[in-house]
Write a protein that binds this ligand. Structure first.
Ligand code: ZN
Length: 86
């Protein structure tokens, strides 16, 4: 709504509750959008992406991204394991 609505037309807030995207997606900064870098941003890779679902899915399959996503998963699994020992 408001000022965001104007330039985030293609960014879908619902991606933030989608298990496929929610761990890493966020809207790009206004600066990045105005520079034509894309409307979505990957927190893991610190990279701007076009806010097209197919582009996001392609990005998710890149080696750079999967490596980072896996190390994130390992970290949280480790934490769960230590809770499980009680
Ligand atoms: Zn990424």
């Amino acid at each position: 709504m408001g000022k965001w609505g104007k330039y985030l037309k293609r960014y879908n807030k619902q991606w933030e509750s989608d298990p496929v995207f929610k761990a890493w997606i966020q809207p790009s900064t206004e600066e990045a959008v105005n520079a034509g870098k894309g409307e979505a941003y990957c927190k893991l890779c610190a990279t701007n992406l076009r806010a097209h679902k197919s582009d996001l899915l392609d990005h998710r399959r890149t080696k750079k991204h999967t490596t980072r996503e896996n190390s994130l998963a390992t970290t949280s699994r480790g934490r769960l394991d230590s809770f499980g020992t009680n």
